[in-house]
Design a binder for this molecule. Sequence first.
Ligand SMILES: [Zn+2]
Ligand SMILES: [Zn+2]
Length: 338
Amino acid sequence: MRAVIMNEPHEMHIDNWTTPTPAPGEVLVSVAAAGICAGDMYIYLGKNPYVIYPSVAGHEIAGVVAAVGEGVQGIQVGTRVSVEPFLGCGKCYPCRQGKSNCCANLRIIGVHMPGGYADFVTAPVTHVHPVPENLSLFEATFAEPVAIGVQACRRAQVGAEYVLILGCGPIGLALIEVAKARGATVVATDVLESRLETARALGAETLLADDKLLETVMAQTHGEGAPVVIEATGNPKAMEQTVDLVAAGGRICIVGLVKRGTMVSFPGLDFTRKEMTIVGSRASVGCFPESLELLASGKIQYPKVATRFNMWEAPDVFKNLAEHPDSVQKGVLMRESS
Ligand SMILES: [Zn+2]
Ligand SMILES: [Zn+2]
């Protein structure tokens, strides 16, 4: 089969790769589309220590079941599916608690094993989800980023209330519409006006993340602070500010990733005084069905801001994205030109 192969960081080319055969319990998926995520850029830039080169990236995958392995039941060849890429070991403490997203031996399709930038990919049958009829496979690649939004909103118990989202990158954008679907009034912030424009197009009220942010949020919430603050920047300064932005008794959900070893400090007294809940949110677990439902319901317009590229032009696309990271809001590689 054809695949987008990286032999080393910054080196990407199209070449032949052994077509995988589905092991017992697995299905073979003929890839239709695969999203480009910050994680894929990290592999390209050589910033992901878990990747073994040569590597085929791509974990936001949608396609059609082409074959099934031994013992696979309940899914037919020809079914359109979205692939859930996070595979837990099923044995460790978080897996036993139903939190396989935090698995001690987590493996990710497109990171630890070949991903969706290829003609075919294999996945456990438990990790392929039928795509609703009215959803295109291009749109279905958004099941993964939207699932991250679903997970964060579940962790933060977002309801019909004021929700402040820090950061309008790909995850922040996915969060806006999931929070809105739960009835939230969403206010989103970023340092880039171009990103705020997209956030507004998706239905958020926006605020520039400048030194007036705290003052404005306080004014908007009658001096109480935000009931929910979701951090999606990965910036330690923004993380530290969540404690000031949140209302007493409110919830903070940290989705953004800081660099390994980076410390974030909070004023200790506020933990007790404000009795805030601080939770982390990592990838997603059990969120794909809700994510696909949200996409099919039309409540998620996020795919509309994405740019489609031909998968076999990936080497140029990645080179360009490495040089101009903000040139597209979100890219999706399409295997067929349709
Ligand atoms: Zn992703
Ligand atoms: Zn595990």
